[in-house]
Design a protein around this ligand. Sequence first.
Ligand code: GLN
Length: 491
Amino acid sequence: MTDAITSKTAAELAGDFRDGTLSASEIVDAHLDRIEALNPELNAFLYIDADRARRRAADLDAVRAAGNEAGALAGVPIGLKDLLCTEGIPTTAGSKILKGWRPPYDATVVSRLEAQGAISLGKLNMDEFAMGSSNENSAYGSVKNPWDTSKVPGGSSGGSAAAVAAGMVPLALGSDTGGSIRQPAALCGVVGVKPTYGRVSRYGVIAFASSLDQIGPFGRTVADAAFMLEAIWGYDHFDSTSIEEPPTPVGSVLDDGVQGLRVGVISELANTEGLQPEVAAALQRSAGQLAAAGAIVDEVSVPSIEYGLSAYYLIAPAEASSNLARYDGIRYGLRVEGPDTAATNRLTRAAGFGDEVKRRIMLGTYALSAGYYDAFYGKAQQVRTLIIDDFARAYERFDVLLSPTSPTTAFGLGDKVDDPLAMYLSDVCTIATNLAGAPAMSVPVGKDAHGLPIGMQILAPALGERPMFQAGAALEAAASFNAAEKTGGAL
Ligand code: GLN
């Protein structure tokens, strides 16, 4: 019975609640049972909010029994990456430094989802402060990939991707600064969307690199990802980077097909170093499927894309070094008492931050220091402009672009922990999008010889979510990634 409920999509569950087939309480209980069964092994949830979820489900059931409208997402369980502030509910950003911190307010995305009847089942594991590509930088232990528990789920939103893949929740939110939604979505065989910068409010989101961070959905289908995106996006006056112009719905274009859509295959990423042959083959197959569906497919060069990784690893740490200055042992979470304020500050940060976060703070502080600002941070900003210009040229000829999401499928736990540069290379296909402020999504299109999912990335120009979802839906339909297996592979 449990699996009959947890294998449903969010759209199906919302329909079942609306027409009375299932109560919100039945839906929530089935998902909580699955979390209880699988979380000890997967470690996707850091905090399970069972009592509150059950109370909310009972309230929604009462609203429906009274004949009232309970919202578009009524009865749908969701999971929240643990950098989204939730009022009174522990929020750690995967870090020891925020252990025990309970935010005084909800992030806008959280309050929007709840206002539409979604029920949060808890907070999801992540790399500390969203820095990582494997979830192994979490202070609370690694997440395991539901398809093969000896593999990483990707990162930094690994808990979100694993929870959705394993059927613990049909929908989850993650954040994407350089690929942290798309790369784990690819490695876990789910759909992940990084919207246009400014489309989704970041009010109440713990910041990593503010010129790059964006919040987005995970779902097991393109339609579910659209469903969640439409529930969260749109102007928020609490976020100064929020776009005022209202978004155009994407759920309505999913059946439009790709007849005449111009799709450019990014040549630099089709041949990128370290590309797994099965991923390269999947890219060619996906391009062929889009062409067969009526798209006009050709290769396109985005030359400066290869400098994206270097620019990102200057800009993101620079911004992080500034954003993370607020964790001082005085205002939030952990406090290690010293003889004076400066010592308290130093001791708290030494004990509270993990190695990767310290590495980024040092890199960022160095890149911003007076003697090196122009050589490093300034140059990286120039590269960012080149990337924006190169994309603009590509979008003169194409509506969307196509590339692998990640050069490889899920790698082994522990394989890259001692080699930060190898880890950084996981993001080679995703990072340029963030530097350009543009949207991109990952869609599962197949599996490698070991049965591990392969994700394909569809990129679009800023505000180009509509053609992106059109292509995403077409790719999903053509790829026929086995739906039954999407709820957790071997589990
Ligand atoms: N993996 C990249 C990093 O470590 C991207 C992280 C992200 O998008 N939050 O910075």
